[in-house]
Design a protein around this ligand. Structure first.
Ligand code: PMP
Length: 767
């Protein structure tokens, strides 16, 4: 105490009356200035760094500036103008001192039990706090603490602190649910700097009316999931209450009115509340072992267990529904048509040659990262959408489209920075001599244009394609697609199209045990060209996907593409790599899938992932081919290359680079391939697993030796996976290959969800 008085005199130049305040780990003194003004002298624990205190100071300044109505302490400088001072001599042992203004009011814990209005006010206050902190950031994570919900999974290491097996079981259950339901989705929840400890000791209220007068103690401030702020508030507000769920719901409603929560945040909310309670009781047990005398450390332990005991009995889905109803979400979300009504309207107004996925159709209303959500808010792990490549609704891509749409969208006959900037960035990812771009709107259009380029350049007319391939939906692209012309309703092969066997080393004539398979399959291309020439026809182009998707997730054997390209060029044709599905880093080891074959095409067609869902596609070719195409007929494309599309394309490239997604595809893809190979060892239905990066296939067979395709079983697996929240589909000529080509933001946790669910489905058995 005396020390506090002396420090105040020395640093701040006044004689104070001092009184020690209870505190978690710091030493806090209430000081009275001779003028009667009260202040708080805070002497931080020696483990707390100056950066951390500076961050707290800046956060309090930021809040005061953005919302002066929110009462938070303000920093008082020393006589020398410092906001933080180190005292105490020996370098490692010194303490950081700050003087803060004192806020009037009593601690929430000392006030009478709050009524529903006061609870809503608390939520409203915290909602304002979230808003006031919006945009506040700090350069690096200055601290990494156990109270940050991101690190909740590591509480598992502390389970040993809980001697009581039942209690340990509860915390374990909270951890298990968190690992399953929240951890994989955390990166896609909104994030910001939060106070992270809005509890009954840090919220101050007016002793008479119970109105909130301020918030203190910014020592747990952290950049984390924004929704954790309200979850923490709810968790502490529930302590000691007879009906904790109702209490928490009042707080939530107040918050939501001030700062609406998104559906994904609401999905996580109950788990976040449980996580804080579980953290609190477990760390209390830990601290009371270390420091048995410190009451403050364990003050919420008994009420914490009581609330946890009650909440753990509630079904998370029921609580989720309850939260949604309380904030009026249910009425908002059920707005919109029911499944039957939509099906009926589709029958009337949508062309019937369009299928619908799954026996029980899904109405998907929202997407985030690797997840899709149905109208009831159920999350589905998306394993097949290679269009939303960098994750559904990636905020950076959405923002780029939004910002450019608000400024200008026009066509490429005006000069604009974005067109040339994008062409420059895109071609920089491609090997020489691929340097000239044409921007179009779909993969089909890209392949259509690629054939025109090839024909104009070569003066030839015909095309070689791979059996089972799909290249698009225009007349020209359907003619290039055996998948269509040989399928139901197809007109068969047009005279100018020459299919060659797919280079499939699992089912084709040359198998994985044949080291010469690449050369042999490439010789099929040569033979097809010779047959065409024998009929007096000449090859303009060879179209091939660098990894074959619709054809059954086929990875060509080494050397195939390079050799096949040579045969085509020897015949005067050009080589078109269709990277519509497989480009942009999906292959993991290479940005473009053809690079993994050591081949360079003359034309490359791009689509799907290029715009993360925005209708953008491109053809990139050589100067020579482009010059030949400039024969007098203009090539103008109304929408292709417009400023919004280019802004989106640039944002996608930025995200792939900034988030290291190509490398991510490699790491997660390798992990998944390992998991699937292990499953193949236990489930005879799996005949083969293959792939590169996050482009994988599981070939299901009735008989491993005969390699009989298990088509019905594959359909049953897809449906069973869908029922368990995992979205998949089949590929290949026999529709027996399960395709996996998710947004490449998948983490290993998502690969594990996929593998675990498949394991469960195969273990239970399919019809
Ligand atoms: N090429 C390939 C390899 C494709 O998979 C597709 C679409 N599935 C296309 C071209 C056609 O693209 P779009 O549907 O954008 O016209």
């Amino acid at each position: 105490m005396q020390e506090a008085v002396e420090l105040t005199r020395e640093l701040y130049g006044f004689e104070a009356q001092a009184e020690q305040l209870p505190s978690y780990i710091d030493q806090n003194f209430r000081l009275e200035h001779p003028s009667g003004r009260k202040m708080v002298l805070k002497i931080a624990n020696s483990g707390v760094g100056r950066d951390e205190l500076d961050l707290q100071n800046r956060a309090m300044d930021y809040i005061a500036a953005s919302d002066p109505g929110l009462q938070v302490p303000r920093v008082v400088s020393t006589l020398g103008g410092d906001r933080i001072v180190a005292v105490g001599g020996a370098s490692e042992q010194h303490y950081q001192v700050r003087l803060l203004t004192y806020l009037d009011g009593i601690r929430w814990a000392k006030a009478p039990t709050p009524n529903s209005r006061q609870l809503r006010r608390l939520g409203d206050f915290v909602g304002s706090l979230t808003r006031a902190l919006e945009g506040f950031s700090y350069p690096a994570q200055t601290h990494d603490h156990n109270w940050d919900v991101k690190h909740f999974p590591r509480l598992r290491d502390r389970l040993g602190e809980l001697a009581n097996a039942r209690r340990r079981g509860i915390v374990e259950q909270v951890l298990d649910r968190f690992d399953r339901e929240v951890a994989p989705r955390l990166p896609w929840l909104p994030s910001s700097v939060i106070h992270n400890d809005v509890n009954e000791h840090n919220v101050l209220v007016d002793a008479r009316g119970g109105e909130i007068t301020g918030l203190i103690d910014f020592g747990d401030l952290v950049q984390t999931v924004t929704a954790s702020e309200i979850a923490v508030t709810m968790a502490y507000a529930m302590l000691g209450q007879d009906d904790p769920l109702t209490v928490g719901t009042h707080v939530l409603c107040g918050y939501h009115q001030r700062h609406p929560l998104g559906a994904a945040e609401l999905d996580a909310l109950f788990h976040l509340v449980l996580a804080r309670l579980a953290t609190s009781v477990t760390l209390s047990a830990y601290h009371s072992r270390l420091d048995p005398g410190n009451k403050y450390l364990t003050v919420s332990e008994a009420p914490g267990w009581k609330v946890l005991d009650e909440l753990i009995e509630l079904g998370p889905e029921d609580v989720r529904r309850h939260f949604g109803e309380a904030i009026g979400e249910a009425s908002g979300r059920s707005a919109g048509r029911g499944i039957d009504e939509i099906l009926d309207l589709r029958k009337h107004h949508i062309g019937p040659s369009l299928s619908i996925s799954y026996r029980k159709p899904l109405k998907i209303v929202r997407g985030a990262g690797p997840y899709l959500f149905d109208a009831r808010g159920r999350a589905f792990l998306d394993c097949i959408n290679n269009v939303c490549h960098v994750g559904h609704c990636h905020p950076k891509v959405v923002a780029a489209a939004h910002a450019q749409s608000a400024v200008l969208n026009t066509n490429t006959r005006y000069l604009h920075d974005s067109l040339v900037e994008y062409a420059e960035r895109l071609t920089a990812t491609l090997p020489d001599p691929l340097e000239v771009c044409y921007f179009v709107n779909s993969g089909s259009e890209a392949n259509d244009l690629a054939l025109r380029l090839a024909r104009t350049f070569t003066g030839h007319h015909d095309a070689v394609v791979v059996e089972g391939a799909y290249h698009g939906t225009t007349i020209c692209a359907v003619e290039l697609s055996p998948y269509k012309f040989d399928g139901p309703g197809g007109a068969g092969r047009a005279a100018h199209v020459h299919p060659v066997p797919a280079p499939d080393v699992y089912r084709g004539p040359y198998r994985s045990d044949d080291p010469d398979a690449g050369r042999r399959y490439a010789a099929d291309v040569r033979r097809a060209i010779e047959r065409a020439e024998a009929e007096g026809r000449q090859i303009a182009a060879f179209f091939i996907e660098s990894m074959i998707s619709c054809g059954g997730q086929v990875i060509p054997p080494a050397g195939y593409l390079r050799r096949a390209f040579r045969h085509v060029r020897d015949a005067g044709g050009v080589c078109v790599a269709d990277e519509v599905q497989v480009g942009f880093g999906r292959a993991g080891s290479a940005f473009w899938a053809f690079e993994s074959q050591g081949a360079v095409p003359d034309i490359v067609t791009l689509g799907k992932p290029i715009g993360n869902g925005h209708p953008l596609s491109a053809v990139v070719t050589t100067r020579e081919i482009a010059d030949a195409f400039a024969n007098g007929m203009e090539y103008f494309n109304t929408f292709g290359g417009n400023p919004v599309s280019c802004a989106v394309g640039l944002a996608v490239l930025d995200v792939i680079e900034e988030e290291g997604l190509q490398e991510n595809a490699r790491v997660v893809g390798d992990h998944l391939l390992d998991r699937l190979s292990e499953l193949a060892g236990r489930h005879p239905l799996i005949g083969d697993v293959r792939g590169h990066g996050l482009f994988l296939g599981i070939d299901l067979v009735r008989d491993r030796r005969e390699r009989l395709p298990a088509t019905d079983e594959a359909t049953a697996v897809i449906e069973a996976m869908r029922d368990r929240g995992v979205l998949l589909s089949t590929e290949g000529p026999f529709h027996n290959v399960i395709k996996i080509k998710p947004p490449i933001v998948w983490q290993t946790a998502h690969a594990d969800i996929f593998a675990d669910t498949l394991d469960e489905v195969l273990t239970q058995g399919v019809a």
